[in-house]
Design a protein around this ligand. Sequence first.
Ligand code: 2NF
Length: 250
Amino acid sequence: MRRHSSQLMKWNGTGSTAHFQEIVLERCYNYTQLVQPALRDRDCQKIREAFRNAFISKDPCSATEEDYHPLMKLVNQTVPCDKTVFWSKTKKLAHQYTKVQREMFTLEDTLLGYIADDLSWCGDAGSHEMNYQSCPHWKKDCSNNFVSVFWGLLSKRFAANACGVVQVVLNGSISNAFDGKSTFGRVEVHNLNPMKVHTLQAWVIHDLGKFPSDSCSGSSINDLSWIMKQRNIKFTCQDNYSSVKFLQCV
Ligand code: 2NF
């Protein structure tokens, strides 16, 4: 049954990305065949279908992690030890860093992160279609929307699977380089496994030409250091690490 567009405009967030299904399939093939051929046996049609089944015909404000379990099971990717890079308010820079350091991985360098990056998606309880008009906004409508739950679960698994020395790129040009309310501070930090993760290395990078607002000696990094101490994970911090810093010039 066709629904009135007024009903589809009920949320405050942007609607599903146009051509969502095609983009998911194309990104999946690109990643599994060209970017990481080690995953060439993954079934992209099945991945697309499992992704769609996670949220289609469901109330877009009642997402649970279980909804995504079939998708996670299909993909099942691990990142080698010492290769995990987290980021918070430094997306562009962190991605430039892993592009240069070829074998390093941010979440968006893993298959599911790569597929979903910058996309929006939701359905509706009474329909088999996606809602391209609007989707719940994570702050204005509901936090248990399908996009937030997806990133929360993916971030949790990414952190829980990390091993060896792990890195985080933080932004020294905002007042709290470490923000306990961010996904990094709320989810990733608390899901690192002290039995597997030896050290967390933080790089605090200041934007070129901007006044530094926070640094390794500031109180937010002190909070992060304290959490790591409690969690029995060694912590190091460096301001303007040159291998990351120089990327701002390219
Ligand atoms: O969109 C992504 N690629 C994404 C989204 C959320 C989390 C990636 N992550 C993973 C990455 F792998 C990083 O290691 O978490 C880490 C970054 O998240 P952060 O919250 O620490 O960093 P921000 O720069 O503050 O946020 C990243 C993006 O996520 C959005 C936010 O608006 C920004 O576009 N975001 C944060 N929390 C939520 C939420 N609960 C959110 N979007 C929806 N629901």
